[in-house]
Design a protein around this ligand. Structure first.
Ligand SMILES: NC(=O)c1ccc[n+]([C@@H]2O[C@H](COP(=O)([O-])OP(=O)(O)OC[C@H]3O[C@@H](n4cnc5c(N)ncnc54)[C@H](OP(=O)(O)O)[C@@H]3O)[C@@H](O)[C@H]2O)c1
Length: 361
């Protein structure tokens, strides 16, 4: 069956942590609901030796899964954009570089999957999405969690089966525990020009759980009003808390992120008139959820989902299927949705006070 699936050839830009996770997942033998085959076609890095080390560590051990292709390693990113054998470029640089990396790839006529946060602010995001529309290439933000089968099942239960009745409220958190002030100054988690702060790094996931659980038609119905506050340490935002208020349905989202307190294993809770759904795992990488009706005896019903590796293959499959069917954007993570999410994060920062040097608001 695997040979009947679409195949997509990836050019990997940057060889940091996320690129290693992405490539490792794509070179797994298989995964649930597999819809495409993936080939690592080329790798671009700031240096040949760094690119080669990435190849040795993450591609070579799994080369058998790469359809016999031995990827090229380039000491720059432009060679990836100009590689005629690359179907789609994956961008895994820090947030602040996404805009220019996307622009360069799109101008070379390449399709692009770009890590979250898509850019530093909504104005930059719109510049990039506009260019992709003009050039007629495919573009998507790599908000991988949205493509988990768990999300589709959760939303089916919430809005088709209405298993917890009328949905009223979602709490979602993403917390890590590190001392931002002791990080090196060039860390993307400390350096404001690299987009430091928890909101764009991890708060974007709490935000995503808010929209996915509170919006019946994600991005196509009521847009939430936002009330937000943030704590800054040495200018870097380390604590963000915001409320989504959907006045038409009356729903609220209470959404948070921090680098000062680790998140609980049950990181989100969706509350309805008949029951509660508690979601377990990592906020970016959920594993299971429990449905418990009000007054029900026992622990409730647990829904578990198989996930070899980390789960990046599902977003990659979506890109491959979109490309094979000639689409220029994805329905689940559309360009308008990326623009909207960046706009929400602008508004949280506008109210909360976190700023990047390149901001114009
Ligand atoms: N989806 C997820 O779950 C997830 C998880 C973690 C991070 N991310 C996202 O992925 C992006 C990268 O995060 P990461 O944790 O992988 O970062 P990282 O480990 O620091 O790697 C970033 C890579 O970008 C390249 N780069 C280019 N200019 C750089 C500069 N001035 N400073 C640092 N790196 C530079 C470097 O690769 P070369 O030297 O090879 O060019 C570097 O290895 C961020 O936008 C982050 O939000 C997503």
């Amino acid at each position: 069956m695997a040979d009947k699936l679409p195949t997509v050839r990836w050019g990997i830009v940057a060889t940091g942590m996320i690129s290693s996770w992405f490539v490792t997942d794509l070179l797994l033998p298989t995964w649930p609901n597999k819809r495409a085959n993936h080939i690592i076609q080329s790798i671009g890095s700031s240096s040949q030796s760094k690119g080669q080390k990435f190849y040795d560590d993450y591609v070579l051990p799994n080369l058998a899964q790469n359809s016999g292709v031995n990827p090229k390693v380039y000491p720059d990113y432009n060679s990836v954009y100009n590689d005629p054998d690359v179907d789609v470029v994956y961008i895994g640089t820090p947030h602040s570089f996404h805009k220019q990396n996307c622009i360069d790839a799109i101008n070379a006529g390449k399709n692009v999957l770009c890590e979250k946060a898509f850019t530093l602010n909504a104005a930059d995001a719109k510049e990039v999405t506009q260019l992709a529309r003009e050039k007629g290439v495919f573009l998507m933000e790599a908000m991988w969690t949205r493509f988990y089968p768990l999300i589709a099942e959760l939303r089916r239960l919430l809005y088709e089966e209405k298993v917890i009745g009328r949905v009223w409220r979602t709490y979602a958190d993403f917390g890590l525990s590190y001392d931002v002030e002791s990080l090196p100054d060039d860390s993307r988690l400390k350096n404001l020009s690299l987009g430091a702060g928890t909101l764009l790094d991890i708060g974007i996931y709490s935000l995503t759980w808010g929209v996915l659980t509170l919006e019946e038609n994600v991005g196509k119905g009521e847009h939430p009003k936002i009330i937000a506050t943030q704590t800054l340490q040495g200018g870097v935002e380390t604590l963000s808390s915001w409320i989504f208020n959907y006045s038409e349905t009356g729903r609220h989202g209470i959404l948070t992120s921090t680098s000062n307190v680790p998140v609980a294993r049950s990181f989100a809770r969706v509350e309805g008139s008949k029951g509660v759904i508690t979601i377990h795992g990592a906020t970016s990488s959920p594993e299971s959820f429990t449905v418990k009706l009000h007054g029900e005896e026992g622990e409730g019903k647990l829904y578990e989902f198989e996930k070899p590796g980390r789960g990046f293959y599902w977003e990659a499959d979506a890109v491959a299927v979109d490309l094979s069917e000639g689409r220029k954007e994805d329905e689940i993570m559309s360009l308008a949705e990326t623009e909207r999410i960046m706009g929400i994060m602008d508004e949280i920062r506008r109210q909360g006070g976190a700023r990047f040097p390149s901001d114009t608001f």
